[in-house]
Design a protein around this ligand. Sequence first.
Ligand code: ADE
Length: 220
Amino acid sequence: MRIDILTLFPGMFQGFINESIIKRAINKGLVTINVIDFREYSELNNKQVDDTPYGGGGGMVLRCEPLFKAVESIKTTDSKVILMTPDGYQYKQSMAVDLSKFKHLIIICGHYEGFDERIRTLADYEISIGDYILTGGELASMVVSDSIIRLLDGVINKVSLDSESFNDNLLDYPVYTKPQVFRGLEVPEVLISGDHAKIKAWQENKRIERTKERRPDLLK
Ligand code: ADE
């Protein structure tokens, strides 16, 4: 998979690309990430990318031309364009699964007060990662990219993916490691029983219990 990220703040992606599982996925050739400063596509002499809004009001608005030029210069028939915006559709694990099937994603990070409404016509998907406002789409684009990349074949092992939260609309069950007692807190008896059927039933039950308590919306 190839992911092109259009941003005015490429420096924000240094840690994301150069650490841990994402770095390993890049080094193994499982994903290519290009962070592109779309200011370079501005035709204005001072490389300005924003302007004042029609109709007045405070703040600056991203102009159409740099983003249209950037997207048009990298888009192919294999590409899907994603716009990160707090008024997009709420991101979900099921969307990560769908998006992980594409060969090429172009992710646009908005910034400043907003962007010209016509920029939305570039997007196949408009995505919000949650009901809060970030200073820009950069962190959101990393959240979306991360959740997609970890699903690609060879990035992490299949067993980890199979039993995780949100598969079957359930949160994960609790896990423990050594020691058996830590500051008086004990590992549940059943997990050291060696009875695999019983352990499985306990885990399933814990998933339902935890989901009912914390995320009843998932059970509907
Ligand atoms: N840009 C600012 N806030 C955002 C959010 N919650 N989701 C996606 N993009 C954003």
